[in-house]
Design a protein around this ligand. Structure first.
Ligand code: NOJ
Ligand code: CA
Length: 540
């Protein structure tokens, strides 16, 4: 056995379902179309729950927004927080989905978009109608700057000023994202009450939790001061155009956000007698600033950890990234990992096919709750959407930043429409590689799908992997990142990942339970041989 670093444990007892769950993210437009209009829908998801629970073996779904929406940002512009867009079905379809999912043992997590509504939401239509409208203060309206122009220098994540002038009432309104996504004024108690009411609405319908969209944006500087300009962006920063030219000191994450999240948590706790209702927040921050969103175990159950999305893909990087997350966790807080989502280039494209296999092995064996992005279990690649077919407003505005490529329909079969629809889907699909579909991969025991299934199966059968502690293993070749997971009763699993291109031999004995190559499974006596970019899960 290799020497180890100090251990990381501290699982709060009793632990809840979300500590040990694997979450599967569904982009509802692209999972399954039930009615032949080329767009995925809720009934489509329901029809494929057996795949998720039975074939794949995940524990929970997070479904991206299916609220009533004009779809300026494909549902992240909500026109009614308590209804379903007809494109996706109706509330009754959602109830059926929840009931069937629960019947199969799957939890259902939905998106909640607190920072902004759609400009077509009745609240904003009223707010915009006159300065004296009772809902005027439900959004952020400001006079032009003294010399004219925007009230301050805040810019929208999607490019251009974060302020749009409204001729009729002579003021600007704030939108951290598109102009069609006006920011709600969370400092107005009526807004807070109405929005927390929408959480209760879905909790009553049986949802098990929420993914909170861009949630640290909800509280800004109450004086609306301009942001400092960043003269020299850090090397390696993600180029989001204009947005990265500023230090985002005042336009998001004001400390009052923590008070708000405590209130959100209190609502979830009201409904947690029978089972914990859970929250995970989209928080693009780092280190202690990021970890603060766990609060004192009284804010978000977890802020999403995005540190694994981008890196130089070395063993040292992976080990450092995991270590940095473990090191900032407050007592009793639980980690989580993400390799892809509807905003990021597909992992198989970002890191390559071999690394995507290794990455999945790592995702499903680290200490923490993993989120698996739909299609990554097939190694789906980033689609190249021709400019005239691009749908994402961000990409249309800032070429190169569009997110359509990671949002294409799940490929169920090699049929022209991927078995997803009977007509040409909203985003043309057809991967040139005929093997990246469920049908073909089920028939191939070496496929990414079988690897993912196997890892989920091993995880399910191992308390060490689900909730055990984490210790990095020391003294191994430089290209190897390895760790030990151990349950309270002593059950132990070791994971070895060779990030290098050359084969390595690591001292190990036991049985390989799962590996990036199927022929590695079986007993190991003394040494484990890992080819370049291979990984293995071993029971010592
Ligand atoms: C983050 C979401 O993940 C992204 O898809 C969306 O465009 C923005 N928030 C705005 O809601
Ligand atoms: Ca449909």
């Amino acid at each position: 056995m290799c020497p180890t670093t100090p251990d990381h444990s501290g699982l709060p007892l009793p632990y809840e379902w979300w500590h040990e769950a694997v979450i599967y993210q569904i982009y509802p437009r692209s999972f399954m179309d039930s009615n032949g209009d080329g767009i995925g829908d809720l009934a489509g998801i329901t029809s494929k729950l057996d795949y998720l629970a039975g074939v794949l073996g995940v524990d929970a779904l997070w479904i991206s927004p299916f609220y009533t929406s004009p779809m300026a940002d494909f549902g992240y512009d909500v026109a009614d927080y308590v209804d379903v867009d007809p494109i996706f079905g109706a509330l009754a379809d959602f109830s059926v989905l929840v009931e069937r999912a629960h019947g199969l043992g799957l939890k259902v997590v939905i998106d909640w978009v607190p920072n902004h509504s759609s400009s077509k939401h009745a609240w904003f239509v009223e707010s915009r109608s006159s300065r004296r409208n009772p809902r005027r203060d439900w959004y952020v309206w400001k006079d032009p700057a003294p010399g004219g122009g925007e009230p301050n220098n805040w810019v929208s994540v999607f490019g251009g000023p974060a302020w749009t002038y409204d001729d009729r009432t002579g003021q600007y309104y704030l939108h951290s994202f598109l102009a069609e996504q006006p920011d709600l004024n969370w400092r107005n108690p009526a807004v807070k009450e109405a929005m927390l009411g929408t959480l209760r609405f879905w909790l009553e319908l049986g949802v098990d939790g929420f993914r909170l969209d861009a949630c640290h944006f909800a509280m800004k500087d109450p004086d609306y001061r301009s942001n400092p300009v960043l003269e020299h962006p850090e090397p390696g920063y993600k180029d989001m155009g204009d947005y990265d030219r500023f230090v985002h000191l005042h336009d998001r994450g004001h400390p009052d956000i923590h008070m708000l999240f405590r209130e959100v948590r209190a609502v979830l706790d009201e409904y947690s007698a029978e089972r914990s209702r859970f929250s995970v927040g989209e928080i693009h921050l780092e280190g202690e600033e990021w970890a603060a969103y766990y609060g004192d175990n009284d804010e978000l159950h977890m802020p999403y950890f995005f540190g694994m999305l981008h890196g130089d893909w070395t063993a040292a990087w992976a080990r450092r990234t995991v270590g940095s997350l473990e090191a900032v966790l407050p007592p009793g807080a639980w980690p989580n990992y993400v390799l892809g989502n509807h905003d990021e280039v597909r992992i198989a494209t970002r890191y390559g096919d071999r690394r995507a296999r290794m990455a999945t092995l790592m995702l499903l064996t680290l200490r923490g709750t993993p989120t698996l992005y739909y299609g990554d279990e097939l190694g789906m690649v980033q689609a190249d959407i021709p400019p005239e077919e691009q749908q994402d407003p961000w990409g249309r505005r800032q070429p190169g930043l569009g997110r359509d490529g990671c949002r294409t329909p799940l490929q169920w079969t090699a049929d022209p429409y991927g078995g997803f629809s009977t007509v040409r889907p909203w985003l043309a699909t057809v991967d040139p590689d005929a093997d990246r579909n469920v049908e073909a991969q089920l028939a191939d025991p070496d496929s990414m799908l079988h690897l993912t299934r196997r890892l989920l199966e091993v995880r399910k059968g191992s308390e060490a992997l689900r909730i055990g502690d984490y210790q990095a293993l020391e003294g191994l070749p430089e290209t190897v990142f390895a760790y030990r997971r151990r349950a309270a009763d002593g059950e132990t699993v070791c994971v070895y990942l060779n990030f290098g291109g050359e084969p390595v031999r690591v001292p190990a004995a036991g049985e390989v339970l799962a590996a990036t190559r199927r022929d590695m499974a079986g007993p190991v006596g003394g040494f484990l041989l890992l080819d370049g970019l291979d990984g293995a899960v071993l029971r010592p």
